[in-house]
Design a protein around this ligand. Structure first.
Ligand SMILES: [Zn+2]
Length: 217
């Protein structure tokens, strides 16, 4: 079972899908994790990616796609299945990925979209995020407020707002999502792969809907 996750920043796809993945023993992988692992293993693809990262350059789509497709071909994924987060993000990447998977004799089983039109809610979520300056734990002033204002629940360290989580940056991230990633919704819909979930619903309801649609138990 190979599933791609789509959803606007702040829609909670990471949180929800991590819960589902944990419950059913499915792997939850981000393209960043996959690249880091490949680099640490010192494979040929990993070394190539490292070269771009060291130079402060973006790793080219073709290379990211090859690394991700190779990971998806591994026995562990065949056995456990995976949710893939963060790739593909653009139509170009989606087409490339489809070709690379086909070359490896693989295909995606589903694409889950955490859908929402509520931009205010997304902005609230994104700007409410705080990171602990000490242990890096993440909380949200709106959705998971700290017990003591300004202090981390885990270690008491100071909570900080990252530059990524200010309102102008949040709006820019949503704009980029709408421009680059939303076209993927139609792309996967045309292939009959899309499962659209309402991101505003409760965690448990989503959990049962996803497990039903994917035949998990
Ligand atoms: Zn902390």
């Amino acid at each position: 079972m190979r599933i791609v996750l789509l959803g606007a920043p702040g829609a909670g796809k990471g949180t929800h899908c991590k819960r589902i993945a944990d419950r059913y023993g499915v792997l939850h992988l981000s393209s960043g994790d996959i690249l880091r692992r490949e680099r640490a293993a010192g494979t040929e693809l990993g070394r190539k990616a490292q070269g771009y990262m060291d130079a402060g350059a973006l790793v080219p789509d073709e290379l990211v796609g090859a690394v991700v497709a190779a990971r998806l071909a591994e026995d562990e994924i065949r056995r456990r299945g995976c949710f893939l987060d963060g790739f593909p993000r653009t139509l170009v990447q989606a087409r490339l990925f489809e070709r690379l998977l086909a070359e490896a004799g693989l295909a995606l089983d589903r694409v889950i979209l955490m859908a929402t039109d509520d931009v205010d809610r997304l902005i609230k979520r994104l700007t409410g995020r705080r990171v602990c300056g000490q242990c890096r734990a993440v909380c949200n002033l709106v959705y998971s407020p700290p017990r003591q204002p300004g202090r981390c629940d885990h270690c008491g360290g100071p909570l900080e707002q990252r530059g990524d989580d200010t309102e102008p940056t949040a709006r820019e991230r949503l704009r980029v999502y709408a421009e680059q990633t939303e076209p993927l919704v139609r792309f996967y819909e045309e292939r009959g792969l899309l499962l659209r979930l309402d991101a505003a619903r409760e965690g448990l309801e989503l959990l049962s809907e996803v497990s039903l649609a994917l035949g998990l138990s």
